[in-house]
Design a protein around this ligand. Structure first.
Ligand SMILES: [Zn+2]
Length: 257
């Protein structure tokens, strides 16, 4: 049985630890210290690192972890980042902890961004999507275009509804506050906001979330919804639009929210 646990880092990052039979892989170690402490406390041996994109808060811990665990494979995308031993591209598959991880190229937040999808995780499918899809939101467009991000989110959106979405930040409440401004009459969203607020009041992570809930409440997955389109068009002063216009203006609205 796989277990997946968050390791908190910086102010709001989650570094994910996937473990089985005393062996662990780490997703996006932006900082080595909390990971080393966690592995020691849980008596786990690190056997691989997987990376979603090149930002420092996802990769800065690679070097120190590899000093402690020499010769472990470090999987990641094609980029300038040092320390990645195995470069991956869209639809590659790697086997870790006896499970197959499928690579999805999801450019937008950065151009190198990839996600890892485990179709055969024990209870439900799992995706590690870094800073692409967040609970209630999506990553900022630092490098890619709105079209690229919309298409990347479309890949994730097409996965089974029971997929557990493991993103890399606790941004949920802020994202849902924005979502409420976009869709003030979305009942599922109001319920989700209250639940997320109660979780955060108790210092419980709101991640992972279920993809089916994202489809009902995350405005960045709802740009084909007529209410969302009309709200975004009114906010941005659009008379005519397509899905890309709605996505670009929704993202711009959030950037200034
Ligand atoms: Zn990032």
């Amino acid at each position: 049985m796989l277990s997946i646990s968050p390791i908190s880092a910086f102010s709001d990052n989650y570094i994910w630890c996937v473990a089985r039979h005393g062996e662990a892989i780490i997703v996006d170690p932006g900082d080595a210290a909390p990971v080393l402490q966690y592995l020691k406390e849980m008596d786990l041996k690190l056997s691989a690192i997987i990376i979603t994109h090149h930002h420092y808060d996802h990769v800065n811990g690679i070097e120190l972890l590899c000093e402690h665990y020499p010769n472990i494979p470090v999987y990641g995308p094609e980029n300038q980042c040092k320390g990645i031993s195995h470069r991956l591209k869209h639809n590659d598959r790697i086997t870790l902890l006896d499970h197959s991880f499928q690579v999805l190229a999801v450019p937008g937040h950065t151009l190198d961004h990839i996600a890892y999808y485990l179709e055969n995780a024990p209870s439900a499918p799992v995706i590690f999507c870094g800073d692409t899809l967040f609970a209630g939101g999506c990553g900022r467009l630092f490098e890619g275009t709105p079209e690229q991000m919309l298409s990347s989110l479309g890949l994730i959106q097409a996965l089974p509804g029971n997929t557990a979405v493991y993103c890399a930040h606790e941004y949920t409440l802020n994202n849902l506050r924005f979502a409420r401004a976009v869709e003030p009459d979305n009942r599922e969203l109001l319920i989700r906001f209250e639940e997320a607020q109660a979780q955060r009041d108790d210092n419980i992570p709101t991640v992972p979330s279920k993809l089916a809930l994202e489809l009902l409440t995350n405005p960045f997955l709802r740009t084909d919804n007529t209410d969302v389109q009309e709200r975004v068009a009114a906010h941005a002063g659009l008379k005519y639009w397509n899905d890309n216009d709605i996505f670009a203006n929704l993202r711009a609205w959030k950037d200034n929210f």
